[in-house]
Design a protein around this ligand. Structure first.
Ligand code: SF4
Length: 496
């Protein structure tokens, strides 16, 4: 090689990127990613050449690196304004303020789910209902958020048991919005056991959507969600059909809670969703919140067990989709959105800076305000340290509380030990509340973090499918990305 050529080849400069060897994706494959979200697979043997500026400027690799802003030529172009715009787009959720507002209108519930022992109250216990006054204070807080798009979600317990409060809030929000002109979506998370014709008529008037829990076929759902009459599955199904009759097919979405029993039945769970005509299924692992320790030992499972269930389920889903049945997996769709589009999916758990408080607020039945539903459930486990304040305090005060400051300290993934040099960080999140719940520390240790293990495994698996999967697998995944809808985005925690 001539001296002149070498001199020319040293002209480019490196831009910051992270790299990760991915044997799962292919022999000697290295993923390189930038904060802009751009990524590229390069050969392990190319890495020293890139870093030591020995690349041939005519090579395809050089052009790819240049186009995706991993390198730049200082005398020829300045990529920084374009990169800043890309980063701004990915972090756009920061500019809106809290968009997801969860109202816990009551803790009362007719179920006795084992994984929810400590966050429900008996049917007749009205002491665990939100007062009308607190509800109106919470509506004031909602409109103090500058977000032009707001999601108002009702949670419980079972919110339909306190439907008067739900009605009062929806009417008040709608009346106020005559002058506010925000885009507002109402969602009720419910077992649907207490649906009535007047509730459905009201839901139609205010375009309310429903999110329910369907854990699989009757044997699984009824085992996971016991009621005195042992007919939880039948009543939820009846509710789904009633909503579809009055409000339309897509006005109800469903979420799955996976217990250790569920992990034995990936195909049966998916077949049930196909049978009931859903377009999306969310295969989320059990959260470490809201259930008594004894139950957690019986119902919980290792992350490895979950991951082997998930990959089997995903492969079955891809097969069904390839054969013409559309059913996407919600979490995969959110991750694909983060990996393949210039925008963040908006899902609270996958944000950095964190989604809790910054993107979502929870108004508890007693008027206290929490940064997320998980933080509220920790309270029911005896941990009250994550309270931001009460509905009577202005939003600015709630968002300046010491808890928010502490969460922010632990809530920027790009600055966390373990994440700061992880190539997956542009597509992942920080989730300090999960780490606080599992490890007793909002920063946590990524080597022992199930959140990290889950996201590493799923992102790596998806990269592998995108790179090595056959044409039909890639087509299915792209179709999930293109058709992300209310069904995918109505997962708890979506607020953007
Ligand atoms: S949580 Fe794990 S996968 Fe996600 S960015 Fe941090 S180290 Fe990477």
């Amino acid at each position: 090689m001539s001296v002149a050529l070498i001199a020319k080849q040293t002209d480019y400069r490196l831009l910051p990127f992270r790299f990760m060897r991915m044997p799962e994706v292919g022999d000697s494959q290295v993923l390189i990613t930038a904060d802009t979200g751009e990524y590229l697979f390069v050969k392990d043997s190319d890495l020293p050449g890139i870093v030591h500026k020995r690349l041939d400027r005519q090579s395809a690799l050089y052009k790819d690196l240049l186009a995706r802003h991993f390198i730049y030529e200082p005398e020829i172009h300045t990529p920084f304004p374009e990169m800043a715009a890309q980063i701004r787009s990915r972090k756009n959720f920061l500019f809106g303020g809290p968009a997801l507002h969860l109202f816990v209108v009551t803790l009362r519930c007719n179920h006795t789910c084992q994984y929810c022992q400590v966050s429900r109250a008996p049917l007749g216990d009205h002491a665990h209902d939100m007062s009308a006054e607190d509800a109106m204070h919470a509506v004031d807080r909602l409109f103090e958020s500058p977000s032009p798009v707001l999601t108002v979600e009702f949670q419980g317990g079972e919110p339909l048991l306190a439907f008067d409060r739900v009605k009062q809030i929806i009417e008040a929000v709608s009346a106020r919005n005559e002058t506010e002109h925000r885009s507002i979506q109402f969602i009720i998370s419910s077992t649907l056991h207490h649906l009535t014709d007047p509730i459905l008529a009201f839901a139609k008037q205010y375009a309310v959507q429903f999110s329910t829990s369907l854990d699989g076929p009757a044997f699984l759902h009824n085992a996971n969600r016991p009621t005195p009459e042992k007919n939880a599955y039948e009543r939820t199904l009846e509710g789904i059909h009633r909503i579809r009759d009055v409000l339309g097919h897509d006005a109800v979405s469903a979420l799955t809670t996976l217990t250790s029993r569920s992990l034995e039945h990936p195909k049966a769970i998916i077949d049930e969703y196909v049978k009931q005509g859903f377009k999306s299924i969310s295969l989320r692992p059990l959260s470490p919140y809201g259930f008594a320790k004894k139950s957690s030992e019986r119902l919980d499972y290792s992350i490895d067990q979950y991951l082997s269930f998930y990959t089997e389920a995903l492969s079955y889903l891809i097969q069904l989709n390839s054969e013409g049945t559309y059913l996407s997996e919600g979490y995969a769709s959110l991750l694909l959105g983060n990996m393949l589009t210039p925008f963040s999916s908006g899902y609270v758990d996958l944000r950095s800076p964190l989604g809790a408080a910054v993107g979502a607020l929870v108004y508890n039945y007693d008027g206290d305000v929490y940064p997320s539903d998980e933080a509220r459930m920790l309270l029911e486990m005896g941990e009250s340290g994550l309270k931001l304040g009460t509905v009577r305090q202005p939003l600015s005060e709630l968002l300046h509380s010491p808890v928010v400051r502490q969460l922010l300290d632990a809530g920027i993934a790009e600055a966390l030990p373990g994440c700061s040099d992880c190539a997956l960080v542009p597509y992942c999140g920080a989730d300090p509340i999960e780490h606080f719940a599992r490890q007793g520390d909002p920063i946590g240790h990524r080597s022992f973090s199930t959140f990290c293990q889950k996201n590493t495994a799923l992102l790596t698996h998806l990269f592998g499918l995108l790179r090595n999967g056959d044409h039909s697998t890639q087509r299915v995944l792209m179709s999930w990305l293109a058709r992300r809808s209310f069904n995918d985005l109505a997962q708890p925690g979506y607020g953007g």
